[in-house]
Design a protein around this ligand. Structure first.
Ligand code: DGY
Length: 321
C-alpha cells in the first residue's frame, strides 16, 4: 500500500505531481476555503503525512485521530496552529518553511510601514474616486521614515532582515528580543532595548515576534499609551499578540498615529470590524510571504520535507527535533 498524503488546500497540479508519482494523494479541492474539521478528522485517520495551512488547527483531537501520521508540513514559518507537544509525544515530525520567506516577508513589512506612514492606500483610493481637484500645503501629509527610530519587537530572521531594510532609510534601529543579537548589533548597528523603552522611543514599532504564551496580548492599552502620539504600529506577526480593542482605542484617542496590520485576532477579519473603519489603519489579509516565487518555494519545501520523512530521512526544516 502506498503512503497517503493529505493536502488541506488546493495546490497547483504541477507542484503536487511529484507526490502522485510516489504516493497516494488526497487534496481539499478549494483554494480559499479551509478544510472543514470533520473532513480533516476523517482524512488524518489514514494519512502518513499532512500538508497544512496556518488556518488548520492541528490540535490533539486531530493528532489523536491519526493512526499512522509521521509528518505535518506546515505552509508557513509560524506553527502556532499546531500542538507541537502532542505531535512530539506521538513521534510526529512538524516541519515549517523558514528562511525561504524571510526576504519576502521583510519586504512586505517594510512596504506596510511605508504605506501607513505615507498614507499610500488612502491617497490611492482618493485619486481613483476622482476626488483630486486641487492641492494644499498639507495635502495627504504623512510621516517621515528616514532618520526616524524603528523599534523591532522580535528579532528573528525576519526582524533582522527588516533592520537591514531600515539601514537603507538611515533609521535609528532598536530591537527587543529574548536574546541579544550581537552579530546584528555589530553588522547593522542595531541597539538592544528593554521593551518599555523601545515602545516609548520608537517612531515605528514593528511587531515580528512569534505567538507564544509570553507574547499573547503583549500590546495592551497601557503599552499603546506609552507610545509617542506620532508613533505608527505595524504588526506582521500574529493577531493575538495585540489587544485589538486597545489598539482601536489608542488610534481613536490619538494616542498613536496609525497602524499597518497584516494579521488579526480572527482571520479572515470581517469588513465591519471597528479597526477597518479607521482611515489611519492600513489593513491587508495576512500576505507577508505571498509572492509567486516564495509561495512556490514554500510548497516545494513542504513537499520535500514530507518526502524526506516518509523516506526515513531527516527533513530540511523540522520544528520538533
Ligand atoms: C508565516 O509564514 O508564518 C507568516 O505569517 C508569513 O506571512
Amino acid at each position: 500500500m502506498r503512503p497517503y498524503i493529505y493536502i488541506t488546500r488546493k495546490l497547483p497540479a504541477d507542484i503536487v505531481q511529484v507526490l502522485h508519482d510516489h504516493y497516494e494523494v488526497g487534496m481539499w479541492d478549494k483554494e480559499d476555503v479551509p478544510v472543514p474539521k470533520d473532513v480533516l478528522l476523517k482524512e488524518v485517520k489514514r494519512a502518513d503525512a499532512l500538508l497544512t495551512m496556518l488556518s488548520d488547527k492541528i490540535d490533539s483531537e486531530v493528532l489523536e485521530a491519526s493512526e499512522r501520521l509521521k509528518v505535518v508540513a506546515n505552509f508557513a514559518v509560524g506553527f502556532n496552529n499546531i500542538d507541537i507537544k502532542a505531535a512530539t509525544e506521538r513521534g510526529i515530525a512538524v516541519c515549517n518553511t523558514p528562511d525561504v520567506l524571510t526576504d519576502t516577508t521583510a519586504d512586505l513589512t517594510f512596504s506596510l510601514l511605508l504605506a501607513t506612514a505615507r498614507r499610500i492606500v488612502e491617497a490611492a483610493e482618493y485619486i481613483k474616486k476622482d476626488l483630486w481637484k486641487g492641492s494644499s500645503p498639507l495635502f495627504f501629509a504623512g510621516h517621515d521614515i528616514h532618520h526616524k527610530t524603528i523599534g523591532i519587537v522580535g528579532m528573528g530572521r525576519i526582524g533582522e532582515t527588516v533592520a537591514k531594510r531600515a539601514t537603507g532609510f538611515d533609521m535609528n534601529i532598536l530591537y527587543h528580543n529574548r536574546t541579544r543579537k550581537l552579530e546584528a548589533e555589530r553588522e547593522l548597528g542595531v541597539q538592544y532595548s528593554p521593551f518599555n523603552d523601545l515602545v516609548k522611543q520608537s517612531d515605528f514599532i514593528v511587531c515580528l515576534t512569534p505567538l507564544t504564551d509570553e507574547t499573547e496580548n503583549l500590546f495592551t492599552r497601557e503599552v499603546f499609551q506609552q507610545m509617542k502620539p506620532s508613533a505608527i504600529f505595524v504588526n506582521v506577526s500574529r493577531g493575538p499578540v495585540v489587544d485589538e480593542k486597545a489598539l482601536y482605542q489608542a488610534l481613536v484617542e490619538g494616542e498613536i498615529a496609525g497602524a499597518g496590520l497584516d494579521v488579526f485576532e480572527v482571520e479572515p477579519i470581517n469588513a465591519s470590524h471597528p479597526l477597518l473603519q479607521l482611515s489611519n489603519v492600513v489593513a491587508i489579509p495576512h500576505i507577508g510571504s505571498s509572492t509567486i516565487d516564495t509561495r512556490i518555494t514554500m510548497m516545494n519545501l513542504c513537499i520535500d520535507n514530507i518526502m524526506q520523512v516518509l523516506a526515513g530521512k531527516e527533513p530540511k526544516t523540522i520544528v520538533n527535533k
